[in-house]
Design a protein. Structure first.
Length: 318
């Protein structure tokens, strides 16, 4: 059973933990009766050091040396789905919140009208102050100090993670995504809004009335492009949500240059972008070199050459 706290009430949910984990790739997985042992999803390793209890959802990363070496199912699914803990709680309540054990006394454990839905959270400067530190990590990834200051990049000393604030189109902080400097692990501000309802960097697009922008998957790729002189927005992952589509449609952007990752997932995201914006925006492709995984793998001089040679998107498939 998994306990979920929502709007001051605690719900006990009979979650199928193995079913929730099955859509994701688990390297060298060894399912046992009550436990799944596999390589850690938070970093590259050859020997399994990750264990999750299939009844309670509690997990432990034995190869981790930081304080985020263990957690519950909500924190794990938040990472795997690239979503906030609040969104994962909503998802689990909607999926497992009805008790069918006794049809005569069937009760709905959650209020589908969400009458107590949380107000949209705006994170104040005071709340963000604990992360008002600088770390060399992003400088090593080619992100300039000027851009880091503009985007209010910070550092969580306790979690050893870069703090990347997400802004709404008006420039207010609606969430903070923390990216570990040692592993692939990330986590969010506990009460932040769902980032799928926003577009990273869109506040500068509106503020500066930018007509041409690059669209990428990750925040760091967007920050790198800005550092190289190219305005950019990021989806925060491999999904393109309806709110994100609406925001981009409403933005001043007239030319959208697709610069998604140079892999199978990136190509799927590219196709989604084309499908949603063909006929509405002038769509162009930034073609990456075969050896580059993403734009951050391309040195600035080479990136500028590629940017000068963007091509119109081939829309034959559509």
């Amino acid at each position: 059973m998994i306990n979920v706290l929502r709007n001051g009430r605690e719900y006990e949910l009979n979650v199928d933990v193995l079913d929730e984990l099955s859509p994701f790739e688990w390297r060298r997985a060894r399912p046992k009766e009550r436990e799944l042992v596999a390589c850690s999803p938070f970093r590259d390793e050859s020997s399994p050091s990750f264990s999750i209890n299939l009844e309670t959802g509690l997990w432990k990363d034995f190869g981790s040396t930081d304080e985020y070496s263990q957690g519950n199912l909500i924190t794990l699914l938040s990472y795997l789905h690239n979503d906030t803990p609040l969104e994962i709680e909503k998802y689990l309540l909607e999926k497992y919140g009805i008790d069918f054990q006794d049809e005569d006394t069937l009760e709905l454990n959650i209020n589908l009208s969400l009458e107590e839905e949380e107000k949209e959270k705006i994170i104040t400067i005071d709340e963000y102050k604990p992360y008002a530190f600088r770390h060399v990590y992003l400088s090593g990834r080619g992100v300039s100090e000027k851009i880091q200051r503009a985007f209010k990049i910070g550092y969580d000393k306790k979690g050893k993670a870069i703090a990347i604030p997400w802004f709404n189109k008006d420039g207010e902080i609606i969430n903070v995504k923390f990216r570990s400097i040692n592993t692939k692990r990330f986590y969010y501000f506990p009460t932040g809004q769902a980032i799928k309802n926003h577009v990273y960097g869109i506040h500068f697009i509106f503020r500066m009335n930018i007509k041409k922008a690059y669209i990428v998957e990750s925040e760091i790729d967007a920050l790198y492009l800005w550092s190289c002189g190219f305005p950019a927005i990021a989806l925060g992952g491999s999904n393109l949500s309806k709110p994100q589509i609406q925001l981009i449609h409403r933005s001043p952007i007239e030319t959208l240059v697709i610069a998604t990752d140079n892999d199978a997932v990136g190509r799927v995201v590219r196709d989604k972008i084309i499908k949603e914006f063909v006929g509405y925006k002038d769509l162009q492709d930034l073609v990456l070199p075969p050896q580059a995984k993403d734009v951050n793998d391309v040195v600035p001089e080479r990136l500028k050459v590629l940017a000068e040679n963007t091509s119109e998107v081939n829309i034959k498939l559509f």
